[in-house]
Structure formats: C-alpha cells, structure tokens
Design a protein around this ligand. Structure first.
Ligand SMILES: Cc1ncc(C[n+]2csc(CCOP(=O)(O)OP(=O)(O)O)c2C)c(N)n1
Length: 356
C-alpha cells in the first residue's frame, strides 16, 4: 500500500584525524598552538591521574575507582570547548572532564578516597559533582539549561552519560523536555561499547544512539570520540547553536573503555584481547601526538616535560589528599538536608565514643 513519507532523518559522522593521525584538511578546526598544546597536556594529565588512581586502589589507598583511559579524546575535547560560564554535568567516568575544567587532582583523589569534601566543587567552577545513579544527572542538566534560557544567559549545560544510560528513562525525559523547551543543553554520550558487561548490540537495536535525538526534534550526530579535534569541533558547533537559542544537540562519541568498568570488574570475562588490541590502535593520545608532530609542536623533549609535570602534579595531589583529615561528622552532615532523629542519635553516640 503506498504511503506518504512524513519524516526522514539522517545521522552524520565526523572524523578529522584518522587513527594514524592524518588530518582531513577540509574539516580541520583552526586552533592556535597554545590551545593545541593545552589539549594534549590535559589528555596526558588525565592518563597519568588515571593510572595512579588504579595503582592506589590496588594498594588499598583509594576506594573503587572508575577508569577513564581511552576516553581522554572525548572528554578533553568536549571540556576544553566549553566556556567558564557553561555548566558541566558529568556522570562518574569524567575524570578528564573535571581535570580539563580546572578541578584539581587533589579534589578528585579526595572524592575517590571516600571523602565528602571531594564532592564540594569549587564555588567559582560550574560543575556538578559525580552522579553515580546511571542517567540521574541528565534532567539536572536540562533544568540548569532551562534556567540559563529563562535568565537569558549566554551559556549552556553539557551532560555526560554512557551508552548504557540511554536505556534509562531520565535520559529520554531530559531529551524530550530539552527539545520541547529548546534549552541550551548538549547531551554528550560516550559510547564506549559497554555498560559493564552489556555490549552496545544488546543495549539498543538502533543503528546509532545519535539518531535518537531526531525523535525529540533536534540534531544528533556521531563523532569519532578518539579524535579530539572532531570532538572539539562538534562540541563548539553545538555550543554556538545553544548560545544562539537554537536548542539542544546530542553528540554520540564513539570510543572505547580501555580498562575495567571499575576496579571491581574483570573485563576479561566478557571481551576478547583481540578487541582490546584493535581499539588500542585507535588511541586518542597517540594520534594527536602524530598530528602535533606534523605541526612541529611535539618532540621527545616536550613529551618528557609534559610527563614530568603531570607526574609531579599527581604525586603532590596524592600527598595532600592522603594528609587530609576528614571530619567523621561529614558522614551525617551531607546525607539529608535535615537529620532524622535516629541519625542525630547515632551522630551523638559517635561523638561521645570519639571523645571517650
Ligand atoms: C540506576 C543505576 N542502575 C545501576 C547502576 C550500576 N551501574 C553502574 S555503572 C553501570 C553501567 C553504566 O554504563 P554506561 O551508561 O554505558 O556508562 P559507562 O560505565 O560505560 O561509562 C551500571 C549498570 C547504577 N549505578 N545506577
């Protein structure tokens, strides 16, 4: 039976640097040398931080940690495209986003070492703290973006979530609201191929996550998430759109989590060594290094300096975070807006036993 077509959509894919670091000149964003170096240095900082956190957890000096390795291109590229006034609304894997936005390594270690203080974002930085419940942060970002729109601020919110989160209601409620109210919000999905052990093929029957935006009436696109230039360019374009009142964008960054889901996970149970090797060749740092070298912005001496600076920074942060003396009352203080009677009693009991 012939039918009328009422809707047709398409989903585009952006890659500027291929996995060997070769650049597509027609798509290359014109970024100055300082910014290019800043991007690279922040990716290195994130990787050095990540490896240190895993090692501390293995030594019993840090609690369960959520690794970032492999996703530095997606995280640093998007975070450095933001302005200070924009709001970052991460989930739990965005260590590189926080670092690139100016959150200190010490602060992140405080969080992963289980201190409440780690969740207190510096007042002059527009970032929400880590959100562990999958997808729960998405409506918060939409609310922030709606407030920005009502207050006529030239700013946007960006929320980060994984492929697994797209099976949570909040992500869709957030996107629908954002479409209807045309709020300045970027939905940044890091499709790292797995939600713990669930592969993307079992997460959705759709060909892409990006296309889901079309159902909410706004643009969705895919980017090579291991190509920091593509991520930067796509995020900048989405921000310009948001600032000029043209509403939200969904960016699906195709990437891979190189390490375990968390330090409590064993990925060998659900993915092959060959698969990991395949993705290793797409490493975001190596390909950006090749690009910088081609521009005479990278050599061995520079690499040594960047690595040494990141190592000094991380060691200093560990020292400070481990010297931090938490106030045991923090366990109670930040749990509820007002303590319940039984919690008040427990807190008193704890104080008494500490005095005694
Ligand atoms: C509401 C909720 N359900 C389950 C969990 C347990 N959990 C933590 S992370 C995770 C998978 C998330 O996968 P994805 O959204 O793809 O993000 P990724 O971990 O890959 O970054 C699950 C099920 C949780 N934290 N919150």
């Amino acid at each position: 039976m012939p039918k009328k077509i009422v809707f047709e959509g398409k989903t585009e894919y952006l890659q500027v640097l291929d996995e060997n670091g070769a650049v597509d000149k027609t798509l290359e964003p014109k970024l100055d040398e300082n910014l290019l170096r800043k991007i690279y240095e922040n990716m290195v900082r994130a990787r050095v931080f990540d490896r240190k956190a895993i090692s501390l957890q293995r030594q019993g000096r840090c609690y369960t940690y959520v690794p970032t390795e492999g996703q530095e291109g997606a995280q640093v590229g998007s975070a450095l495209a933001l302005q200070k006034a924009d709001f970052g609304v991460p989930s739990f894997r965005e260590n590189a986003v926080y670092l690139a936005r100016g959150v200190s390594m010490e602060q992140l270690f405080l969080y992963w070492m289980g201190n409440e203080e780690g969740s207190r974002m510096p007042a002059d930085q527009n970032n929400l703290p880590v959100a562990i419940p999958v997808g729960s942060q998405v409506p918060h970002a939409v609310g922030i973006a709606w407030a920005m729109k009502l207050k006529k601020e030239k700013a946007a919110a960006i929320t980060y979530f994984g492929d697994g989160a797209t099976s949570e209601g909040e992500v869709h409620e957030g996107m629908n609201f954002a479409g209807v109210f045309q709020v300045p919000c970027i939905f940044f999905c890091q499709n790292n191929q797995y939600a713990i052990s669930t592969p993307i093929t079992k997460q959705t029957h759709a060909q892409t996550i990006a296309q889901k935006a079309l159902a909410y009436g706004f643009e969705g696109l895919q980017v090579d998430g291991n190509d920091v230039l593509a991520v930067y360019a796509a995020t900048k374009a989405a921000l310009e759109k948001a600032y000029s009142g043209k509403g939200p964008t969904l960016i699906e960054a195709i990437t891979y989590r190189m390490q375990a889901h968390t330090t409590s996970d064993d990925p060998k149970k659900y993915r092959s060594d060959e698969e990991v090797e395949y993705w290793k060749k797409k490493d975001p740092l190596t390909r950006f290094q090749v690009y910088l070298k081609g521009k005479r912005l990278w050599d061995e001496e520079y690499e040594k300096k960047v690595q040494e600076a990141a190592t000094r920074e991380v060691e200093d942060a560990v020292r400070k975070a481990e010297a931090y003396k938490p106030n045991p009352e923090d366990m109670f203080t930040y749990l509820n807006a007002e303590l319940t009677q039984d919690l008040k009693e427990q807190m008193q009991e704890m104080k008494k036993s500490m005095e005694g």
